[in-house]
Design a binder for this molecule. Structure first.
Ligand code: FAD
Ligand code: NAI
Length: 477
């Protein structure tokens, strides 16, 4: 059956960029549709995109479960808590993760209803231009033809393939397979020591896998402040992650139950390693397959990203694009901010995204979080700066927690004292970084943070102390 439906705004893609854009557009009074093709195992709609289904949410669920398992095995004893008969129930761990994913899928469907966003389950593709704007065909469980003056493309990204090592999601795994391994692999290989490699490598190491990470670049976490990355490398290595930098990956041969990777190590020596499972996490590519962009002349760059200006406008009037499918960091909160800003721009408002204050978090243990410039960036840009650091070792709450690894680091302008970057490796860095984001949004100085009363005992005192350290007046170190 086919219907024709006219909307003010049609959003293609129901990930964090798309579903948030749709909700905001509906809040602003637009008749809004959102199309998403993701289905769950039962064939039902599963909006939320990569983030909800095979990204942020399930990875954090497994990170939490595996951290509990590790703590029960080692850390609890220090607190005087003896755990006997510790056992991993992987099916329950995976089922819990799936339940959390479903709660999020259902939550988004509920939010669509609440905000009067019409949801279409299927693939959306441009079919041409019409008097009323653009025609979008939906194919999948439902078939429809929609028209709209404003279209927001939010089709996200997919894992990048390594030539010669196709994902089969059984032995050679993308992020999707890495979140659903049904038995702890004895030996797990990971190609790419980026965010996914470290997060998923941590999950499987904590539950017993022997994890070897092969990274192409000679530096560890090159985008992270060097001092923080060095500290993190030391801590992860101590935990048992075998991180090999400067590797050149050669032939990958898949067997019945394992996979062999040939590579040259950092000295150039040829190596061969056999793994039960191999995660390939070497970045992600924008997803515009089957979008029908060519029928309307949607411009893509040489890497396949939809070309947009700073405000997410494409060169086609009324067509916008947000999230992983456009330039900038591939982060859920960046996609969401762009989605909100675009809906507001369509309404004639001044949507706003500050790319300088987008926080990054790597949810390892300890977590790594940062906002703004790294020390190496400031040096390269010739900016005169002051730095202050404070170790969690000197923080009372961290001692009480039994988690004293890492530090907080402030970078501030040498003349004005404006905060230029804050970098944290340590417990719940993901939450602590928010203070720095707010401070930078308000163009605060390190002195501003140093003069704010922080609760005692709290990890946030380490943030205050690092701000004090910029002026060499830490009180507890
Ligand atoms: P997506 O979430 O990819 O959503 C796009 C949606 O569009 C998908 O549902 C897709 O099926 C659908 N779609 C595509 N084409 C069509 C079409 N033609 N018609 C209909 N539907 C279509 N980011 C964080 O900020 N924090 C994290 O902790 C984090 N963890 C991650 C962990 C992993 C393992 C991975 C892989 C990513 C993680 N990310 C994280 C990144 C985050 O998932 C992405 O940045 C975010 O999902 C991008 O949102 P998006 O809306 O642009 O695209
Ligand atoms: P990534 O860009 O973070 O890391 C990829 C790593 O693979 C890099 O270190 C790169 O040097 C290396 N690499 C690339 N090609 C290689 C090769 N041929 N051989 C060996 N190493 C190679 O990408 P990743 O981990 O795949 O994640 C994709 C994106 O998803 C992230 O950049 C991030 O935007 C998002 N993400 C965010 C998370 C978060 O916010 N906590 C969690 C997971 C993913």
């Amino acid at each position: 059956m086919s219907n024709e439906k006219q909307f003010d705004v049609v959003v293609i893609g129901g990930g964090p960029g798309g579903y948030i854009a749709a909700i905001r557009a509906a809040q602003l009074g637009f008749k809004t549709a959102c199309i998403d093709e993701w289905s769950n195992a039962a064939g039902k709609p599963a909006p939320g995109g990569t983030c909800t289904n095979v990204g942020c949410i399930p990875s954090k669920a497994l990170l939490q479960s595996s951290e509990h398992f590790e703590h029960a095995g080692h850390a609890f004893a220090d607190h005087g808590i003896k755990v006997g008969g510790l056992e991993l129930d992987l099916p329950t761990m995976l089922k819990r993760k799936d339940t959390i994913v479903k709660q999020n899928n259902d939550g988004i469907l509920f939010l669509f209803k609440k905000n009067k966003v019409t949801f279409f389950h299927g693939r959306g593709a441009f079919a041409g231009k019409a008097d009323a704007g653009y025609t979008i065909n939906v194919t999948g469980p439902t078939t429809d033809t929609l028209t709209a003056k404003n279209v927001i493309v939010a089709t996200g990204s997919n894992a990048r393939q390594l030539p010669g090592a196709e994902f089969d999601e059984k032995i050679i795994l993308s992020n999707a397979g890495a979140l659903a391994i049904d038995a702890v692999p004895g030996k797990l290989g990971v190609i790419g020591a980026g965010v996914i490699g470290l997060e998923m490598g941590s999950v499987w190491r904590r539950v017993g896998a022997d994890v070897t990470v092969l990274e192409g670049l000679p530096t560890f976490l090159g985008a992270v402040d060097e001092q923080i990355a060095k500290e993190a490398h030391k801590l992860f290595t101590k935990q048992g992650l075998k991180i090999n930098l400067g590797c050149k990956i050669g032939k990958i041969t898949k067997g019945e139950n394992n996979v062999t990777v040939e590579y040259a190590d950092s000295t150039g020596a040829e190596q061969t390693a056999t793994f039960d499972r191999l995660i390939i996490s070497i970045g992600r590519v924008p997803n515009t397959n089957g979008l029908g962009g060519e029928t309307v002349g949607l411009p893509l760059d040489e890497r396949g990203f939809v070309v947009v200006d700073d405000e997410c406008r494409t060169s086609l009037p009324g067509v916008w694009a947000v999230g992983d499918v456009v330039r900038g960091p591939m982060l859920a909160h960046k996609a969401e901010e762009e989605g909100v800003a675009v809906a507001e721009r369509i309404a004639g408002q001044h949507g706003h995204v500050n790319f300088n204050t987008i926080p990054w978090v790597i949810y390892t243990s300890p977590e790594i979080a940062w906002v703004g410039k790294t020390e190496q960036q400031l040096k390269a840009e010739g900016v005169a700066y002051k730095a202050g650091t404070f170790p969690f070792m000197a923080n009372g709450r961290a001692r009480a927690l039994g988690d004293t690894s890492g530090m907080v680091k402030f970078l501030a302008d040498a003349t004005t004292d404006e905060i230029l970057g804050v970098h944290i490796v340590g417990p719940v860095a993901s939450e602590l970084i928010s203070e720095a984001v707010v401070a930078m949004e308000f163009k605060a100085s390190s002195e501003d943070i140093a003069r704010i009363c922080h609760a005692h005992p709290s990890l946030s005192e380490a943030v205050k102390e690092a701000a004090l350290a910029v002026d060499k007046r830490s009180l507890n170190f």
